[in-house]
Design a protein around this ligand. Sequence first.
Ligand code: FAD
Length: 449
Amino acid sequence: SSSRSSVIIIGAGISGISAAKVLAENGVDDVVILEASDRIGGRIRKEDFGGVSVELGAGWIQGVGGKKSNPVWELACKSGIRTCFSDYSNARYNIYDQSGKIFPSGLAAASYNKAVDSAIQELKNQEAKLRGLPTEPESPSAPKTPIELAIDFILHDFEMAEVEPISTYTDFGEKEFLVADARGYESLLHQMAETFLFSSEGIIVDNRLKLNKVVRELRHSRNGVTVKTEDGCVYEANYVILSVSVGVLQSDLISFHPTLPKWKTEAIMKCDVIVYTKIFLKFPYKFWPCGPGTEFFMYAHDKRGYYTFWQHMENAYPGSNILVVTLTNEESKRVEAQSEEETMKEAMGVLRDMFGVDIPNPTHILVPRWWNNRFQRGSYSNYPIITTKQDFTDIKAPIGPIFFTGEHTSERFNGYVHGGYLSGIDTGKALLEEIKREEERKKESQTFL
Ligand code: FAD
């Protein structure tokens, strides 16, 4: 079967939906949205776990309380979704060693400050090297002890803003709020979608949204695009907005005909993909401290990133008896490849080091697999320090009728929900401009005839 529309949007994550909304608000509504999975939301995804709703993907609204207002925070306020303030800074004062002792706060603070200083120094040196300037002779020593490794992990894998200014925090403020609502973070997306797609009793029933449509092939020319899905359907349109993650673009899921130019694939390949995994564990009762300043805690081990960063969910959901441990990159990939039983055993070894041998086993475990998900291939983009303005121009630049969007195309806010949201608006506007220009070109050639 084949049908033609003005625009095909590939992917129904926040960037695809915000792009579609901009188009609809400006009169372009013969749009088809093709989504590979069976739901909208993409990397914003809740799941019911042990009686509460947990966020497997994005969990926080990051960048709140500053001079400018974070648009995702505005959406959250309008919808009345329940959120909880998170104070990450307590993590560094709750660092456990392998015998269950908490490092004295003075020692922890000193180690933290030293790590921040050396990270700043290292960054300066990297920048100096890039510009061909002389570097400081004394290069900072690599973290070695378990506490140094734990601090290095939160500084770098959690992007603590002390090291370098991050536009999210400088623009929107330094506060972060955890979404803790049964409807999930994804309800913000649903509410947005319902402003332009038909819905009935909270379910989208609009046939412009097509779920379970895995795009495999994109043929493009001056006359438009032909899109083929895995189930053999063909869709035609004047334009495409492609919102899949940079991890998917780096994979061979979608083939382009003609192939993308070299400068485009180079820009795509330059971007790193971070894997970030939140493992949820539900227990029959609490055995961890729950007062003020205890929400985040760390485990210092001689393997960097080994079940280092922990959070209890008592602030978000009192009485839920849930712990979350976050792994990244190589540890994420390692754990994705093993069974839940093995992962539970490892996590329990760590918890018994911290809280003693008598603690109970969890009743439930949940291990998301973002790396092995062929519609994601990782959690979010991370641009190396050598990235230039040109790289962002290139990754965003349309190829004929194909327009690119998604969190990875946001120069200021890549890696975040608001990055995805704002990039969708940007790309929607850019496409509207192009449609206008095309109409003018047509009019001109008609008057000429
Ligand atoms: P996506 O949400 O990935 O949307 C793209 C869509 O395209 C997906 O629905 C996908 O299924 C679909 N797709 C892929 N391939 C195809 C295909 N071939 N055909 C059709 N459809 C296809 N951000 C924050 O601000 N705060 C956080 O706390 C935070 N934590 C995170 C934690 C994790 C574990 C993860 C994974 C992400 C986190 N993020 C966080 C990042 C945030 O989730 C993303 O930046 C944002 O949701 C990306 O939106 P997007 O529209 O660009 O991409």
